[in-house]
Design a protein around this ligand. Structure first.
Ligand code: ATP
Length: 262
């Protein structure tokens, strides 16, 4: 990391600043585009609202997401710039635990960018990274722009796709193709959060390590047990719980005194 700014570990917002630096470093490595800064800032805002911790409805979504990935025939983890900058090692580890392929898919495909992301993932232990260059050889119907290009060995044939920090259009198009879509999105009101089959409202930096833990725990369970977890899961109910959690938390803060809790 470029050491223009040293963040003292004692800083009350140390972790948040560290992840911000990772995103900035991602720009220097050509992994992240400027628009990624805006997306990150929007995420930070929602993280304040949930209290910067994994809340109970997110934990339920994490269990269902891992069950879906373990039950899938062709699970694929889709990686964009911000995900590669924040959690490259965790993506590689999760793919290994659930037996999924990794594919780069970008809203802004720029020369050298997909290769830079692939390189970062390989540096963190990935053996194969799909969706780069010629490998993005087919298209998602109904989508304009470069985002529609996918790998015929990956997202195109996937039954379950993990698309963290995604935009709503692509999530909708993937659903229309009949795929089960799992996302991580701090904004419970985004189109992605509402279109996905399973929405984990949490920061990717907290959600992925928990998904890995849950995958280690669930991968020895029977298909019946995993199917039961999925059958009992209701995304609409989970999103309602997230909104109620935020309302209650803000109400409690307003009651207790906002400055009191500093
Ligand atoms: P949509 O099209 O789904 O309504 P959008 O226009 O906000 O969403 P993007 O900007 O592409 O689409 O999406 C980025 C999403 O990722 C935002 O909802 C943002 O809150 C979320 N986000 C950003 N950083 C993180 C993070 N670290 N962890 C989880 N979610 C994040």
């Amino acid at each position: 990391m470029k050491k223009d700014i040293e963040i003292p570990e004692t800083h009350p917002r140390y972790k948040s600043l560290l992840y911000r630096e990772k995103i900035v470093e991602g720009i220097e490595k050509k992994i992240v585009v400027l628009q990624g800064l805006i997306a990150h800032g929007r995420g930070e805002c929602f993280d304040y609202l949930i209290g910067e911790e994994t809340i109970p409805p997110a934990m339920d979504a994490i269990k269902a997401a891992v069950a879906a990935l373990l039950l899938a025939r062709h699970p694929v983890l889709s990686v964009n710039g911000n995900v590669a900058a924040l959690t490259p090692g965790e993506i590689v580890r999760l793919a290994r635990e659930v037996g999924a392929k990794i594919e780069v898919n970008l809203f802004y495909r720029r020369r050298g960018r997909e290769e830079a992301i692939k390189e970062e993932l390989i540096k963190h232990g990935a053996e194969e990274v799909l969706g780069v260059g010629e490998d993005a050889d087919t298209k998602i119907p109904e989508l304009g722009s470069e985002r529609r290009r996918v790998s015929s060995r990956g997202i195109f044939i996937a039954d379950v796709v993990f698309v963290p920090l995604e935009d709503g259009d692509r999530t909708e198009a993937l659903r229309k193709m009949g795929k089960t879509v799992i996302t991580v999105d701090l904004n419970p009101l985004s189109r992605t959060a509402r279109y996905a089959n399973i929405t984990i409202v949490d920061n990717i930096v907290r959600a992925l390590p928990k998904m890995i833990e849950v995958a280690i725990e669930l991968k020895n369970k029977s298909r019946e047990e995993l199917e039961k977890i999925l059958d009992n899961y209701d995304n609409e109910e989970i999103l309602k719980k997230v909104l109620r959690y935020i309302i209650k938390r803000l109400d409690n803060l307003a009651e207790a005194g906002v400055t009191e809790s500093l």
